[in-house]
Design a protein around this ligand. Structure first.
Ligand SMILES: [Zn+2]
Length: 384
């Protein structure tokens, strides 16, 4: 069936508007696009509705609804399901649903430069296949290896690849240019151009913590107002406020790892002393625990308390309701979560401020890849 699925250029009608200012009155093409988006959103990801129900929900006329549904079925994006049993006599209504197999997104995670992971996902977040690649430790991550891995996954997809999504550490601008990723040895790496011809589809590149917070929101029922803290070689946070990712003018929002903490005494690679990263990162905690295995619980409790100290102010500043901790489960566990919760409660909670809920990531190590893929779905299909 893959051959019948339209390529992205053909379903461009679903793309979000951007660029020039619009006049007050909507052009017919705008109305058509809005109607297509409204129908898609009503059904995404797994809702089945009759044409009459769709018309009621979207406020469109029955004729317009039927026309748009027919167009989307023709494009391969919607499918017909079963007949509904109506409570009253009359013509039975046919259910319409979103076609999760209309295409797929290929996603990659570069957060561990020695172990790159990739997956292909259907259009509702279901993982179809996985590939991994071990890279030797090197000062600069080889983009050819990334291209090859990406190509391998794209070749393995049975449906049309509608977009490639890459989650990377470092700062990334709106065009997907990796401005700087010290852990990968990259400066101004134009990853979208590197991967442009792999599957002849759009390439979305996002900071890994930004991608992970997006995934927690859309694939794990997360709050529209939350902070995701990614604990890896470094520490980064993805900040979601009213469903918008906070990126900052220089795209460095959430880079909390090199903020100096009171009481910190360990010199940091950045030249300062006592950065959060010298207290909570994976290499630091692994090393401390390897030297003192019996002290593991106390070490992780202390890390959680320090994380809570760092997060108390942004929590009070933004009134976010959820904090998600993401990282290897051997370190980022319930002990760390509870210590973080206690610390924030003690520092920020008051009769004016409700408790923020601290929890582990529901998506584990797939979070960044699924989130970057979700960004493709938002950009190309407008369903999120
Ligand atoms: Zn530092």
């Amino acid at each position: 069936m893959a051959a019948q699925v339209p390529v992205l250029g053909e379903i461009v009608g679903l793309k979000r508007e951007s660029g020039s200012r619009r006049l007050a009155s909507a052009a017919p093409s705008d109305i058509r696009l809005r109607n297509r988006t409204a129908i898609m959103r009503a059904l995404y990801p797994k809702t089945w509705l009759s044409r009459a129900q769709l018309a009621k929900i979207t406020g469109m006329s029955k004729v317009s609804t039927s026309d748009v549904v027919a167009e989307l079925i023709k494009d391969g994006l919607l499918i017909e399901g079963e007949y509904k049993n109506l409570p009253r006599p009359g013509k039975p209504a046919l259910d319409i649903g979103f076609n999760q197999d209309a295409g797929c997104v290929v996603a990659m995670d570069l957060s561990d430069s020695t172990h790159i992971r990739a997956l292909a996902m259907n259009l509702v977040g279901g993982v179809l296949l996985r590939e991994e690649l071990d890279c030797p430790p090197q000062a600069v991550l080889d983009v050819e290896a990334i291209r090859e891995l990406c190509n391998k996954v794209c070749q393995g997809c049975r449906s049309k690849v509608i977009g490639i999504a890459v989650a990377t550490p470092g700062t990334v601008n709106d065009e997907g240019l990796v401005i700087e990723a010290p852990n990968l040895g990259w400066v101004n790496m134009d990853l979208p151009s590197v991967l442009a011809d792999v599957a002849d589809c759009p390439v979305v590149v996002a900071n890994d913590a930004d991608a992970a917070v997006f995934a927690e929101r859309y694939f794990a029922g997360g709050s529209p107002d939350m902070i995701l803290v990614q604990i890896a070689k470094g520490i980064g946070a993805g900040v979601l406020i009213s469903d918008g990712i906070v990126r900052g003018r220089g795209f460095t929002a959430g880079e909390i790892g090199h903020v100096v903490m009171s009481g910190g005494t360990v010199p940091c690679v950045c030249g300062k002393t006592g950065c959060l990263e010298t207290m909570v990162s994976v290499p630091v905690l692994d090393e401390r625990i390897s030297k003192d295995p019996d002290g593991r619980s106390g070490i992780l409790d202390e890390a959680g308390q320090n994380l809570g100290r760092a997060l108390a102010m942004p929590v009070a500043m933004t009134n976010i309701t959820q904090i998600v901790l993401s990282g290897p489960r051997r370190l980022v566990d319930e002990t760390m979560v509870q210590a973080t919760q206690r610390s924030i409660d003690a520092l920020a909670r008051s009769r004016f401020m409700d408790a923020v809920h601290v929890q582990l990531s529901n998506l584990g190590e797939d979070a960044a890849m699924l989130g970057a893929a979700a960004m493709v779905l938002r950009k190309e299909l407008s369903v999120l």
